[in-house]
Every structure is written in structure tokens, then in C-alpha cells.
Design a protein around this ligand. Sequence first.
Ligand code: GLU
Length: 296
Amino acid sequence: MSYVGRFAPSPSGPLHFGSLVAALGSYFQAKSQQGKWLVRIEDLDPPREMPGAAELILQTLRAYGLHWDDEVVYQSQRHSLYQRQIDQWLESGLAYYCQCTRKQIKLAGGYYQGTCRSKRLENPADCAVRLRVEHPIESFLDIKHGSMTIPSALAHEDFIIKRRDGLFAYNLAVVLDDIDQNVTQVVRGADLIEPTGRQISLYRALGTPEVSYLHLPLAIDDNGNKLSKQNHAPAIEISNPKPALLDAMAFLGFKLNTSVRAADLDEIIHWGTRHWQLNQLPPSIEITPRFSNGAT
Ligand code: GLU
């Protein structure tokens, strides 16, 4: 089977250094294997989105020489795919309505205990939909880091596939889309190691073999916080992409000599594709980047 990878940003803000690392890592991993690299905009949660961010992200990828294959997919246009699967599981009993509030779950110890599993609630108003977890995943194999462990209570929890407010859950949409787009491997930041267990449970519920996973080191600041849109990580430059590109490549373990540093953007991307190797990646899960090129 030929390689299909993807980059799946949420349009909650412009691309920052951490998301550039995920974009580049997934791009090099796909292109070094003559694979496809898809882009999917994960616009599932309008209240957390920034108007214009999706278009800005696409413009930024272009400016960095990261050209995707096929059409960009928007999760906001795929609700019927998600709802169809939920309806099927509600019908078969693999999913069920749940009326527990976050507060009630917190009071009961922090993990949902299956309270609504056998209540057979009929009225979906003000209810979340949960998946009955029949295949708890307590560990999985990451192609860089080996066996990754998921906390047992988390692995066994019947998790939400559609929220009380009617929004589809990230885990459900990611898995249905990756299957629908024939993705063979997911390359993304190490902040998504934990949800991977739930995502594999979804593949098991669907009877579909899961993708393979590669989690890239997560960029953290000096205080140990993830560089993220929520933490107001600065946007990467769109008009002068080279400094941040070189910093992100150094972060991914490339040894950049002076001639690479002097090359133009497309040459740098080609060079990166030719030289990308998994064993160049630093072994840590979290790293504080060094901005040697003046990128912010
Ligand atoms: N949309 C997610 C994010 O921006 C990434 C999803 C994924 O790569 O699986 O954090």
C-alpha cells in the first residue's frame, strides 16, 4: 500500500513554531517515501476558531514551500459522515446517550464510571453520546518511541464521541477522516500521544486496522508549557519563512551546513526530503527550541 500522510491543523489561530514542526515532520516523512501529503482543516469547534485562520494556515504552508496533494478537506463539511456512524452505533448499542455533567464526573473521581450505560436514555437533548469501550487500549507502538502507555482508567473510560453541545468529538472525526482519506500513517506532535489510545479503540470498534503512529517532539517554552495557540505562541513569519524553517528543521534533528542555510526555500525543502531519517529525531518527547535564526 502506498504511503498517505497528512497535516491536520485546527484553525484556532495562525501557524506557530510547534505546528510548523508537525507540518514539516509529516511532510518529510511522506515525501521521503514518495507518498502523498494531505492537509485537513479540523474546524470542528467554531467557538475556538479564529476567523480567517484556515486560509491563513494554507497561505503559510504555501509560503513555506509545503505543497499538499489533493483537495483540502474541511471537517465542518463532513458532519453527515460523523453522524451516520454515531447513528449506526446508537442503533447497535455500541454508543449511548449520557446525561452526566462534567461536575458529576469530577465528584465521582474524575473518570466517567459508565453511569448511563444501561439507562437507555432516549431523548438526545442535553445529552452527550459515548462509545462503549469494548477494546480498551492501554499501550500502542510508536515508530519512534516504541511502546507508549496510556493510563488504565483513561483507557477503560467510555469516551465522548459527540458533545452535549452538539459538536462532534475530535477523536471520532480524526479516525473517520483518516480512514476515509486512506491515510496510512499519522505524524503529529507528542501532545497527542494520550488520545491515540482512544483513537485505536475507535478503529477496533470499526473493525478497521489502525494507521501507524509517529509522534514528534513537542516544542515547549522555558517554563515547560507547550507552544500552542492557547498559550499565545507567536505566529511564524509568512513573508520571511527561511529563519523559522531552518529553526524547525534543526529542531527535527537536521544538521544544517552553511550551504543548506544559504540555499533558497524550495531547495531546502528538497534537501530535507532527501536527507530525512527517523533516527535523526531527538529521543525526547519535549524540547525547548533554540531560535538561532532570529525567528520568534
Ligand atoms: N487538529 C489537531 C491539532 O491541531 C491535530 C490532529 C491530529 O494530528 O491528529 O492539534
